[in-house]
Write a protein that binds this ligand. Structure first.
Ligand code: 8OZ
Length: 367
C-alpha cells in the first residue's frame, strides 16, 4: 500500500512524495514581480512532492490584492525564473497557480482605477488586502461591472498567454485557480452568475468559461502539465451555488477527457470546517464520476489535513494531499511528518505582506 512518502505521478510531473504545498497568498511581490526573497522561500520548501505557488495574476485586471505576483510581463517571467531555478536545483517540482480574481478586487488595484469585472454586477460581501504605509489592511471589495460577452475570449487568451509564460519561466506546469469565489468560480455558481447569455443559467452555460480556459491551456502546454483547483462548497469570498453536486458532477465529467495532471479539491470551507451542515457534498461520488468518465489525473485533496487524516486519505485512494497553513511555518514539513516531529506554530501577523520575518526565517529540524 502506498504511503504519503512514496513517489507518485501527476500527468507529466514526477513527485518524490505525495505531499503538496498548497497555494498560499503571502503578498511579498511589490510591483507584482517575483523576487529573490520569494525564490528563497520556495527553495526552502522544495522537499514537498509538489510546490504550488501562491495565486498569480494572469493580467492586471485579474489582480485583486496588494503585492501579489503576476505572470503577464517579461519582467515577471524573468522573476519567476529565479524561483523555478532555485526549486529545481533543490530537487523539487513546482507549478504556478493561474488566477483571475473577478469581483474580488478593489478599484485601487485595477488598471485606471476601473471597477473589477464579474459575470454579473453583484458586489461580494468580502474583503481584499490593501497595504497602507506597509500595514496590510482588510478592505471591502469594490462594486464590479458585468463582463460583456465580447470580452470573454480575451480573458481566455490571457490564461493561455500566462500558461505559455509559465513554461517559459521553467515551471513544471500550471494549476488553474477555479476555487474560492474568484472569477471562474463566480461564473460557475448561481450566487454570482445571473447572466442570461451562453455563459449563465444552465450548468452547461455556467461551466462554459472554465472549460474554454482549460481547453485553451491544454492546447497550449498539454494536459499532462495542467492541474485545476476546485472548491465545490466553500463560502470563501461570499460564493454559493444552488446545487453544487450537480454542477461539479457535470464539470468533472467534462474535465475527464482532457488528460489533466491533477484535480485539486478543497473539501468544505477553505481554511475552515471540512464539513458544512448547510452545504453537504459527496466528494467520493465526484471522484467516481471523474474516474468513470476516463479521468486519470492524480486526485489531490486539501483542507485541514494532519498526518493521520492524510494517511487515511491516501489509504482510501487519494493520490496527493496538499498542506497549506502548516507549510507557512514548516519548510521541512515532509521530514517533520515522516518523523512525527512537532510543528512550528505560524505567526498570523506576518501572513500577508512584509519581508523575511515570518516568511523565510522559520527553523528546520536541523537548524
Ligand atoms: C488568502 C488571502 C488572499 C488570497 C485564495 C488566493 O483563497 C487566495 C487568497 C487567500 O485562494
Amino acid at each position: 500500500m502506498s504511503t504519503l512518502f512514496d513517489p507518485t505521478q501527476a500527468g507529466d510531473i514526477r513527485l518524490a512524495n505525495r505531499i503538496a504545498m498548497a497555494p498560499l497568498t503571502r503578498n511579498r511581490a511589490p510591483g507584482a514581480v517575483p523576487n529573490a526573497l520569494m525564490a528563497e522561500y520556495y527553495r526552502q520548501r522544495a522537499s514537498a512532492g509538489l510546490l504550488i505557488t501562491e495565486a498569480t495574476a494572469i493580467s492586471p485586471q485579474g489582480q485583486g490584492y496588494a503585492d501579489v505576483p503576476g505572470l503577464y510581463s517579461t519582467e515577471q517571467l524573468d522573476g519567476w525564473k529565479k524561483v523555478t531555478a532555485a526549486v529545481h536545483q533543490a530537487g523539487g517540482k513546482i507549478v504556478t497557480q493561474l488566477w483571475h480574481v473577478g469581483r474580488i478586487s478593489h478599484i485601487a488595484l485595477q488598471p485606471g482605477n476601473a471597477p473589477p469585472v464579474a459575470p454579473s454586477a453583484l458586489r461580494a460581501n468580502a474583503k481584499t488586502v490593501l497595504i497602507k504605509d506597509g500595514v496590510p489592511t482588510f478592505t471591502p471589495t469594490s462594486e464590479p461591472r458585468a463582463l460583456d460577452v465580447g470580452e470573454l475570449p480575451g480573458i481566455v487568451l490571457d490564461y493561455r498567454h500566462a500558461a505559455r509564460y509559465a513554461i517559459a519561466s521553467g515551471f513544471d506546469g500550471v494549476e488553474i485557480h477555479a476555487a474560492n469565489g474568484y472569477l471562474l468560480d463566480q461564473f460557475l455558481k448561481t450566487g454570482a452568475n445571473q447572466r442570461q447569455d451562453d455563459y449563465g443559467g444552465s450548468v452547461r452555460n455556467r461551466a462554459r468559461l472554465l472549460l474554454e480556459v482549460v481547453r485553451a491551456i491544454v492546447d497550449e502546454i498539454g494536459g499532462g502539465r495542467t492541474g485545476i483547483r476546485l472548491s465545490p462548497v466553500t463560502p470563501a469570498n461570499d460564493i454559493v451555488d444552488d446545487n453544487p453536486q450537480q454542477l461539479f458532477d457535470y464539470l468533472l465529467h467534462h474535465l475527464a477527457p482532457l488528460g489533466l495532471a491533477y484535480i485539486h479539491v478543497i473539501e468544505g470551507a477553505t481554511g475552515g470546517a471540512r464539513t458544512l451542515p448547510d452545504r453537504p457534498f459527496d466528494y467520493a461520488s465526484l471522484k467516481a464520476i471523474y474516474r468513470k468518465a476516463g479521468g486519470q489525473g492524480a486526485w489531490m485533496v486539501n483542507n485541514g489535513y494532519d498526518k493521520a487524516l492524510a494517511e487515511a486519505a491516501v489509504a482510501a485512494g487519494a493520490d496527493i494531499v496538499a498542506f497549506g497553513r502548516p507549510y507557512i511555518a514548516n519548510p521541512d514539513l515532509v521530514e517533520r511528518l515522516r518523523r512525527d516531529a512537532p510543528l512550528n506554530p505560524p505567526d498570523r501577523d506576518t501572513f500577508y505582506g512584509g519581508g523575511a520575518q515570518g516568511y523565510t526565517d522559520y527553523p528546520t529540524l536541523t537548524g
